[in-house]
Design a protein around this ligand. Structure first.
Ligand SMILES: O=C(O)CCC(=O)C(=O)O
Ligand SMILES: [Fe+2]
Length: 416
């Protein structure tokens, strides 16, 4: 069970949330719409700023390690790691605190300094002409005494009028898309993938430090086209960081997959076989999600990967979050799971990979103490302060995927 959210009822934020709640509910008897699906209703409940949500139903598996877990959630200990197999959603596995504090700090720094920059696309690329070193490094440079901050121009402000217009620079948009499969792959490939439209509502000129809190995502590996919600394989295969690849492969290698899918009919899995994932799992795509504490991720299914079976490895860093996972439609009541910094959640198999899921809440002030300490080892001398300041109000999720089933080669498709 998760402890109740602590709120300062005298804070201006609490009062503002209360005012907004009164305004939006004054003409309504009860703040529940009966037409909401069970998933939507749960999202609304956990998103609510006022009254603060009741977290007593949120499953905090890590806290069960020190208590007596109910039979349903008995963890298995393998090579020093605890593994929870969640029978409610076949294929869902949680490895609490799989990434140690040092690895968590390393990944936070990697996400910001090394990854959220060219050639990896971020949400900001559509709208701004970004410095080659990335906005995080430009932000760090601007903190150095005597350095003039580099001015960043909005793309729309440089436009001669010929660019298509859009109105939003906001978070990830929900776009209906076809579920990818080996059979419809050639058709999905032929869908036009025009570049995104620069927003006309962002300010014409800003500095890197203004944009750091607006960073929402950075692409990993195969390029993802948000407009069509399909991968754009023509852009080539980006590299996967070796440290990240190793961590994901170790996590997948730790799970006793025969037990996860024990008794399941593995017919219909094609050439994929969970019993060989320890050797065959190879991440090639993904996204780094950056959440400020007010951000949410709406219910969705990740259906763009051709392979709907192989493990999707999701690493949580920074503040904790409530993660909802339901079923193949929004009509299944979702399970609310607490994801803490260092947790690795694995979604695998047909029921779990195509299940609705989302993040309705980042829990403020849940940053573990180790983020206050600087990295050790080779990085002893680095300045951890800016990372510490950033992560205080942030959650980072590194969501790593394998797009193709074993043996599938997109480049042989011309012959199909
Ligand atoms: O932030 C998370 O835990 C989940 C992210 C996710 O579902 C996604 O990137 O598709
Ligand atoms: Fe997802």
């Amino acid at each position: 069970m998760v402890s109740p959210l602590r709120y300062d009822s005298n804070s201006s934020e609490y009062k503002k949330a209360r005012r907004q709640h009164w305004k939006s509910t004054k003409n309504r008897q009860v703040d529940v719409d009966t037409s909401w699906s069970p998933f939507r209703a749960a999202e609304k409940r956990y998103k609510a700023r006022f009254p603060p949500p009741d977290l007593s139903a949120v499953l905090d598996l890590a806290s069960l390690l020190s208590a007596n877990p109910p039979a349903l959630y008995q963890p298995t200990r393998i090579c020093g790691s605890d593994v929870f197999i969640l029978p409610d959603v076949p294929g869902l596995v949680l490895l609490p605190a799989f990434a140690c504090p040092q690895d968590q700090r390393h990944l936070v720094r990697w996400s910001l300094r090394d990854h959220a920059r060219h050639p990896n696309e971020t949400n900001l690329d559509a709208h701004y002409v970004l410095p080659a070193e990335g906005i995080w490094n430009a932000h760090l440079q601007s903190r150095t005494a005597g350095t003039e901050p580099v001015l960043i121009r909005a793309k729309a402000s440089l436009d001669d009028g010929s660019l298509p217009r859009s109105s939003s620079s906001g978070p990830r948009q929900l776009v209906a898309n076809d579920t990818a499969s080996v059979d419809n792959f050639p058709t999905l490939q032929s869908v036009p993938k025009p570049p995104p439209e620069p927003s006309t509502t962002v300010s014409d000129c800003c500095v890197a430090s203004d944009l750091v809190p607006k960073l929402r995502w950075a692409n990993i590996g195969w390029s993802y086209h948000w407009g069509s919600k399909q991968y754009d394989f023509l852009k080539g295969k980006g590299t996967i960081d070796p440290f990240l690849r190793d961590l994901c492969k170790r996590a997948v290698g730790t799970v006793p997959w025969e037990r996860v899918f024990d008794g399941d009919d593995l017919q219909g899995w094609g050439d994929d076989d969970c019993r060989t994932w320890k050797e065959t799992y190879e991440p090639d795509a993904g996204i780094v999600n950056f959440y400020q504490t007010k951000d949410t991720l709406m219910a969705h299914v990740d259906r763009s990967e051709v392979c709907a079976m192989s493990p999707l490895v999701s690493i949580s860093l920074g503040n904790a979050a409530i993660f909802l996972i339901g079923g193949l439609s929004r009509d299944t009541e979702p399970i609310p799971l607490l994801l803490r910094s260092g947790d690795v959640l694995i979604m695998s198999g047909p029921a779990c990979r195509r299940a609705y899921h989302g993040v309705p809440r980042i829990l403020e002030t849940t940053l573990p103490a180790h983020f206050s300490q600087p990295p050790d080892g080779d990085d002893k001398t680095m300045d951890w302060e800016p990372y510490k300041a950033y992560i205080r109000n942030t959650r980072i999720n590194i969501n790593v995927r394998q797009v193709f089933p074993k043996g599938f080669d997109p480049h042989t498709l011309d012959a199909m």
